[in-house]
Design a protein around this ligand. Structure first.
Ligand code: ZN
Length: 221
């Protein structure tokens, strides 16, 4: 586990192009997972959480930035493992209200549905202030997660970081690229100092670098 801020961790040991998976310790009895990684990452995620917190039954919430399988593929295995660890345990599966129906479709073969949907600027939990920022375009219901006290923004697939360069996800993988470009600058309306992009090891990128990227994107078609 890589500690990014007090009570905010990223799972280490995932593949280079896997998406980062975060674990937030909301309180002594509650862990919040952000995204569930690729199917092949589930084992590592579970092992690292067990090593750090002793068991899996503290995982009470899993929040999804969006439905894509590189962010949700590990979920079936993770859910199974939590149920085995504690059959009384119920886990909230959370996504934005506009993502829910697509999420259900994406995970159809497993019959997994979100159990809670959130709106723009709704808090996931207030123990550690995690706010959902609806940033549509990559998918209609894509959210970034703002950790208010830590001034940290988890970008989901809004921005990737490949070979030292910030970039958008390839056009073909967006639900609506125009909407993506329009909603991108809105991330600067919030108070954060560092952001963590996708598809790389979890790295803190300064606000200044993200601002430059957004400026560059404004000029792009
Ligand atoms: Zn995606």
């Amino acid at each position: 586990m890589n500690e990014l801020a007090p009570n905010v961790f990223a799972v280490t040991g995932l593949g280079l192009y896997s998406v980062p998976v975060f674990v937030i310790k909301a309180n002594e009895n509650e862990l919040v997972l952000i995204d569930a990684g690729l199917k092949k990452d589930a084992k590592t995620i579970l092992k690292k959480i067990k090593n750090k917190w002793g068991s899996l039954d503290k995982i009470k919430k899993i929040v999804f930035t969006h439905r894509h399988l590189d962010h949700t593929g590990g979920l079936p295995q993770i859910l199974k493992a939590i149920e085995l660890a504690n059959e009384n345990s119920s886990v909230e599966l959370i996504c934005h209200e506009k993502e829910a129906e697509h999420f259900i479709e994406e995970l159809k073969e497993y019959g997994i549905k979100p159990t809670r949907t959130v709106k723009h600027e709704e808090y996931i939990t207030k123990d550690v202030k995690i706010k959902a920022i609806h940033n549509p375009g990559h998918t209609y219901g894509h959210i970034c997660l703002l950790l208010e006290d830590e001034k940290l923004l988890l970008l989901g697939d809004t921005i990737m970081y490949i070979s030292g360069v910030l970039m958008p996800v390839f056009k073909a993988f967006h639900d609506d690229y125009k909407q993506y470009k329009k909603s991108l600058p809105k991330l600067l309306d919030y108070d954060w100092e560092y952001a963590i992009p996708s598809h790389n090891r979890p790295l803190k990128i300064t606000r200044e670098k993200v601002e430059k990227f957004i400026k560059k994107m404004k000029k792009k078609k």
